[in-house]
Design a protein. Structure first.
Length: 259
């Protein structure tokens, strides 16, 4: 593959380090370029943002240049999305809002080449535009692509034991907001019922040899709560969120210094 920055992330996770990344919601690749020196990975979000695959590609190129892993969250479990994202060179891919172990298994299969899965062949950029030998690429792609399913529904939560048996699944990643909503407690991400579910998944994921991540806002206190629950990697905040928080903090300090 064109880049293996994702393996640096894997090594940190295997060593027990907390891995932190930024959510990318804007189209300008200079945002990823600027953040690359501060993060372990970028989480490029195609689910909730007006971002084209062309904009995504710019972020993938910027992440590679910056030496950080690039993980893309697709909008839904559509094979066409999976192919376009992986064939553009994403090192990791996230399926949001899954409702069953079968749906998760179908997603994982579509991310792996035969015999591991059913991924169609058509990479350009990942094969260095044809410069890489095909069999070497296939082996590396099946080994290195970081395949993740997001836990955001009570339906998937009920089948989590089956999900963790899926071969080729590297990690689960929590979606605390949507999971709390699915539990009838939207926004109550620190409710004991929600946190107990996360702790249970963390225990089971560790036993199954899978990593556990989470999405969240730029909230250090909640991040610490998730770490205590067993979460190992986090998309802790969004690009625009950092910009607003930094601006507000700086201006507040300036105004306070005048009084």
């Amino acid at each position: 593959m064109i880049s293996t920055n994702i393996n640096k992330m894997r090594e940190k996770l295997a060593a027990g380090e907390i891995v932190l990344g930024a959510g990318i919601t804007t189209t300008d690749p200079s945002v990823t370029e600027a953040l690359a020196g501060s993060v372990d990975f970028v989480w490029i979000d195609l689910e909730h943002n007006a971002m084209t695959t062309e904009s995504m590609l710019g972020h993938l190129i910027a992440a590679r240049a910056g030496g950080v892993a690039a993980i893309v969250r697709i909008p839904n479990n559509d094979v066409a999305w999976i192919k376009r994202v992986l064939d553009s060179g994403a090192e990791g891919i996230i399926l949001p809002r899954s409702y069953s172990a079968k749906e998760a298994a179908d997603f994982v299969s579509a991310c792996r080449y035969p015999p591991m899965g059913t991924r169609g062949f058509g990479p350009r950029r990942p094969m260095q535009y044809g410069r890489m030998e095909q069999q070497a690429y296939l082996a590396q792609a099946n080994r290195d692509i970081f395949v993740t399913v997001q836990v955001e529904t009570v339906e998937l939560l009920a089948e989590i034991d089956e999900v963790l048996k899926i071969e080729g699944l590297d990690s689960l990643v929590m979606g605390p907001q949507d999971l709390s909503g699915s539990m009838g407690r939207l926004g109550e991400t620190t409710h004991p019922e929600v946190l107990n579910a996360i702790r249970s998944i963390a225990t089971k994921a560790k036993a199954a040899g899978k990593f556990l991540g989470s999405g969240l806002g730029a909230n250090p206190q909640f991040a610490k709560t998730l770490i205590d629950c067993g979460v190992q990697w986090m998309q802790a905040g969004l690009d625009v969120e950092y910009m607003i928080k930094g601006c507000d903090r700086t201006f507040r300090e300036i105004r306070n210094s005048e009084s």
